[in-house]
Design a protein around this ligand. Structure first.
Ligand code: ZN
Length: 77
């Protein structure tokens, strides 16, 4: 199972918000869809790591606390 969470990170050049799957920000080189500026994974590595940890914790919690009824126990967090 791969994590394809969409995240919104700020482009360091144009300050526009880039909405892309987390894995997109882990490419060695990519360009900002708004300004075309060249970006590398290193520029986002600290944020991506934080987000990945947060996602892992969320998944752990989902696995550990299985609600009795899967259709109506959704936590709006
Ligand atoms: Zn940009």
């Amino acid at each position: 199972m791969t994590i394809e969470e969409h995240v919104a990170l700020e482009c360091p050049y144009c300050r526009d918000t880039i909405h892309r799957p987390l894995s997109w920000f882990k490419q060695p080189y990519f360009t900002c869809p708004a300004c075309g500026g060249g970006l590398t994974e290193n520029q986002f590595a600290p944020i991506v790591q934080d987000l990945e940890q947060a996602f892992e914790q969320t998944i752990d919690e989902m696995v550990q606390s299985k609600p009795a009824c899967g259709c109506c126990k959704k936590n709006a967090e």
